[in-house]
Design a protein around this ligand. Structure first.
Ligand code: NDP
Ligand code: 8X3
Length: 248
């Protein structure tokens, strides 16, 4: 997709799942990448694979915990000069912990989900948006969820965090409506990534059961949709999309 060639794309949570799939799709489209996550060894492996396949694509990796406000604030000043002008931000880093009812959910699970999914997304947006405003161009793509408009027992805190992402996305859309900066929220249903493995603290058997009996979405399905939104003409802003798995 020529519209994405040489764009600088920053992806949070690029070490697995949807973020990793986005890295592959944007690289295939000729974009230059800033790949961030906590597991930097995985980012290095991904960089090495993508660099072999797409030698023209420039890739910068960065260890970044989105909860760490001090480090997020240093993000742009610390980027090499050729990566500083971020065109597209994919706010993807996020997670769910457990399936506990609100009565039982632990302080740690509450903090981890809210700090990552909500506060982290705000910190990163706040780090990148001023540059986009200065340059009068940019695209913020937030990974929300169907859980941003729906709820389920045991998902209260995660759903609250994604409802917050929905509120932030819609607010940003209004706050930036008189600028060329675009805001898109992508809302997947059930995607088979490491999401449920993280939810069940590494229990792969339990995680696998979540997707039994139907065809879940894949990280690639979501990344393709993100690429579609990112590659529309500059005057077309896809404000939001929902992707639902087919239960068969
Ligand atoms: P994965 O667990 O496969 O990937 C999550 C990514 O987020 C990893 O790269 C992880 O990297 C990163 N991450 C987690 N915590 C942090 C942190 N504190 N700082 C930086 N990066 C972090 O899950 P998915 O790919 O499925 O999830 C991606 C997004 O999609 C999330 O926002 C999730 O809520 C959303 N989503 C997922 C759905 C699903 O069914 N899978 C459905 C709807 C939305 P590392 O651990 O290396 O830091
Ligand atoms: C993830 C959707 O329903 O698996 O955002 O919690 S769900």
């Amino acid at each position: 997709m020529r519209r994405l060639e040489r764009k600088i794309v920053l992806i949070t949570g690029a070490s697995a799942g949807i973020g990793e799939a986005c890295a592959k799709e944007f690289a295939a489209a000729g974009s230059n990448l800033i790949l961030t996550a906590r597991r930097v060894d995985r980012l290095e492996r991904l960089k090495s694979d993508l660099s072999k396949k797409y030698p023209q694509v420039r890739i910068h990796t960065l260890q970044l915990d989105v909860r760490d406000k001090t480090n997020v604030d240093k993000l742009v000043p610390g980027l090499p000069s050729e990566f500083k002008e971020v065109d597209i931000l994919v706010n993807n880093a996020g997670l769910v912990i457990g399936l506990d009812k609100i009565n039982d959910v632990t302080d740690d699970a509450i903090d981890t989900m809210i700090d990552t999914n909500v506060k982290g997304l705000i910190y990163v947006t706040r780090a990148i948006l001023p540059g986009m405003k200065e340059r009068q161009r940019g695209h913020i793509i937030n990974i929300g969820s169907v859980s941003g408009t729906q709820v389920y027992p045991g998902g209260g805190i995660y759903c609250a965090s994604k409802h917050a992402v929905n509120a932030i996305s819609r607010t940003l859309l209004l706050e930036l409506v008189d600028t060329p900066i675009r805001v898109t929220e992508i809302n997947p249903g059930m995607v088979e990534t490491e999401f449920s493995i993280v939810r069940f603290k590494g229990d792969k058997e339990k995680a696998g059961k979540v997707y039994q009996g139907f065809n879940p979405l894949t990280g690639e399905d979501i990344a393709e949709t993100i690429i579609f939104a990112a590659s529309r003409p500059d005057h077309v802003n896809i404000a939001g999309m929902f992707l639902q798995e087919i239960i068969i």
